[in-house]
Design a protein around this ligand. Sequence first.
Ligand code: TGC
Ligand code: FAD
Length: 385
Amino acid sequence: MPTPEDFLDLLTTLSPEEELVRSTVARFVDERALPLVPAAFEEGRFPREIVPEIGALGVLGTSLEGYGCPGLGPVAYGLVCEEFERADSGLRSFVSVQSSLVMYPIHAFGSEEQKKTWLPRLARAEALGCFGLTEPHGGSDPAAMRTRARRSGGDWILDGAKMWITNGSIADVAVVWAQAEEGVLGFLVEKGTAGFAATDIEHKASLRASVTSALYLDGVRVPERQRLPEARGLKAPLSCLTQARYGIAWGACGAARACLETARTYTAERRLFGGALAEKQIVQQRLARMVRGLATAQLLAHRLGVLKRAGTLRPAQVSLAKWNNVRSALEIARDARDLLGGAGITLEFPPIRHSLNLESVITYEGTETIHELAVGREITGVSAF
Ligand code: TGC
Ligand code: FAD
């Protein structure tokens, strides 16, 4: 059944398997996540109590094959992200980090032993992971990372710090990127390892229903078998980012859908100057503009899915979609907030929460400027970073 939130009837293009994934996660979001999320955001608390249920859905690491992973296609992964972000960007962040930034690098670059040890548990959410790339002195330029890895006998010693790490303090395993003589290398650092600590970043006005931490590595000894053997150079972490940014391009559509739906319902019911707000030309124009932003974002996301399935998706295409879709979602969330008037500033309605969350989403996984410059580099052949 077409709705304003699916103006181009894109749901009719889903395969039965994709529709089953979408409807399963949508039901979970409606019944289990949405009743919890506004209070969790207000309390500044990740709703960890639903993590086992998320694991039981069987959608973490959606597109990965084998080792207990679901083995579903890229569109299914996109739909999972979209539905979770319809609830809250913090929940989609949890799914992105676990799936694209922890399970993906272990799957793509890990040893057989690492895959067997971690992937089945991560897929069921019996173990949680985090991804440490950003450092306090500047996340946009990871090539300038200062975290160091040096050999010590058969082990490695890690020294440095990571900043803004989603799930940092609740993770059983951290994928930590460090500069070594050989170039950038990736390590699996287990919780409780001597010299390794995580502290949470407080006073966030955004992504309040998500854990964000700083990681400290002070002479952390890691055996060679915990190094990702196939990860060599900055390309390895950047390729993880491409997976996560793909999911964010879809996820942003979920946040925008929630805001559009709220604005539509509210303006249909709110009566001013002798009629419903939705009868006013300017209000209809604003709702129509939201539909334009959402529908074009959804088209981009679905097109990325086709290219990803074909194996031809380029990172700059993902940059274009992450940039466009998060910007559109942010504009829709802000406009929906305004259409609710004073009621829009309360957490009783989702637009302000999505609007605040999207301030993080437009910054992490490459800021908007970084993605504009990535597209600029591809079309001119000149790097202007
Ligand atoms: P550059 O020379 O461009 O690249 C080095 C090598 O990597 C390759 N590459 C990529 N591969 C896959 N995907 C991508 N997106 C790639 N971008 C580049 C490239 O081909 C090259 O390969 P090779 O074989 O020639 O070595 O590197 P650069 O130093 O010029 O940097 C380019 C730039 C600025 C685009 C990159 O540094 C960047 O993306 N910066 C932004 C950093 C960022 O996005 N950090 C995100 C941290 S994780 C996070 O925010 C998680 S939030 C999750 C949540 O809670 O949901
Ligand atoms: P900076 O890199 O210092 O950028 C500051 C400003 O300068 C930005 O406006 C940027 O666009 C601009 N700028 C940068 N370079 C240029 C240029 N060449 N030309 C013009 N302008 C430029 N990181 C992880 O590794 N793992 C995580 O799990 C993770 N989770 C996060 C969760 C949250 C809630 C947040 C907020 C961040 C998270 N991050 C994570 C970090 C995130 O990826 C970085 O914040 C982001 O990459 C930007 O880095 P920065 O904050 O250091 O800003």
